[in-house]
Ligand binder design. Structure first.
Ligand SMILES: [Zn+2]
Ligand SMILES: [Zn+2]
Length: 231
């Protein structure tokens, strides 16, 4: 069944990009579904492009390992992938891992070349699969409505507070001549502790810790080190 689908992809709907070539080579049949689901957060959690990159490459490594006589245990793949690719792993440890895989019959160079970058994953999602996290019309009007609701609340809060201060002033309980009331709603991200006003959050479309990673994939091709260092 897996082969049938691979052939069908190649002849009709294939995009021919690296993600697809790799998916065919390693028989990762449902990888597109998995990437889209993770990207859009359809199963609850939205994956960053970095995580999707790791996910895809781990499946590549897993598939290469499955073709050998190695016994693949839970957690092995993630551990070995990290030892192969993580910048913080020493050269010695990396060589050790490579030798371990080579002894098991894996063409490490080839597998490594088949690893896909998060930029490529993003291009595949966006251009080949037409998947985009950009707001649809529906989302756009929903955001607008929410913005109006919160603005109205803030305005009411401002008026009520102003009126209260005025009343207290007249009663002699508070002393102030003329004043302005500012009401701002601040949203603090529990992941990164950054704060944003409600309207900033809407404008940006998310916290910077999420939005930057996503955009980093497209805009700064040289951003590899910066993003890596964040991990
Ligand atoms: Zn593609
Ligand atoms: Zn954040």
């Amino acid at each position: 069944m897996s082969q049938q689908r691979g052939v069908a992809n190649e002849s009709d709907s294939g995009c021919g990009c690296k993600v697809e070539r790799v998916a065919e080579r390693y028989e990762l049949d449902r990888i597109d579904d998995a990437l889209v689901t993770g990207w859009l957060g359809e199963s609850g959690e939205r994956y960053s492009l970095r995580r999707l990159e790791t996910y895809l490459n781990e499946r590549v490594l897993e598939s290469a390992m499955a073709e050998t006589t190695m016994t693949v245990l839970d957690g092995d793949v993630a551990h070995l992938y990290e030892r192969l690719t993580d910048g913080s792993v020493s050269a010695g440890q990396r060589a050790e891992t490579e030798n371990y895989l080579k002894r098991a019959g894996i063409n490490v160079e080839r597998v490594r070349n088949d690893f896909v970058s998060h930029q490529t994953v993003h291009t595949h999602l966006r251009n080949c699969l037409g998947t985009t996290r950009k707001r649809t019309q529906n989302t756009e009007s929903r955001v607008e409505k929410a913005d109006q609701t919160v603005r109205a609340l803030q305005n009411r809060m401002r008026l009520v507070t102003g009126g209260t201060v005025e009343r207290l002033t007249r009663a002699g309980a508070v002393s102030i001549d003329s004043f302005d009331v500012y009401v701002e709603t601040t949203i603090v991200c529990r992941d990164c502790d950054r704060s944003a006003s409600f309207s900033e959050l809407l404008e940006r479309g998310g916290c910077r810790c999420r939005v930057d990673t996503e955009r980093g994939g497209v805009e700064e091709l040289g951003g590899e080190t910066a993003i890596r260092a964040e991990r």
